[in-house]
Design a protein. Structure first.
Length: 142
């Protein structure tokens, strides 16, 4: 395995779309790629996309929101999601963010474990911002 994590490029769009639809079939089409305020990262095994993750900067509060991520089932359990978390944190620090937040659904123990291993703690926001009713919120000082 020759794994690397880097900022996504336009040529990664199709592979990310395909991976998203494989991992999250009930969620419908992947429209987040076109969001201008999100920076996307990909995990590559040689040149094949095996993971993706995004980060959105909320500049007024110096907060980085870790948005959806996914890792191909063939590559899960190899630390790829933690590497994608680290890449997004580095990008956030580079632009002056001082806090990172995310959320998981209660059934997603692997993602919760990865966030906890990277130093995130659960918290209760004043306003539920995820758009879902049952989620666990996570935060970390950068």
């Amino acid at each position: 395995m020759n794994l690397s994590v880097r900022k996504a490029r336009v040529e990664h769009t199709g592979a990310v779309q395909e991976l998203y639809e494989t991992l999250f079939p009930a969620d419908g089409p992947f429209k987040a790629w076109a969001t201008p305020d999100v920076i996307w990262f990909v995990a590559l095994d040689d040149k094949k996309v095996v993971g993706f993750a995004g980060v959105r900067f909320i500049r007024r509060s110096k907060t980085a929101e870790l948005v959806i991520s996914g890792v191909a089932t063939t590559h899960q359990g190899r630390g790829i999601q933690r590497r994608l978390i680290s890449a997004r944190e580095r990008a956030a620090r580079k632009v002056g963010m001082t806090r990172a937040v995310s959320y998981t659904i209660p059934q997603n123990a692997p993602s919760a474990t990865n966030l906890a291993k990277r130093g995130y703690s659960t918290y209760r926001p004043k306003t539920a911002w995820s758009g879902r009713r049952s989620v666990v919120y996570w935060e970390k000082r950068l």
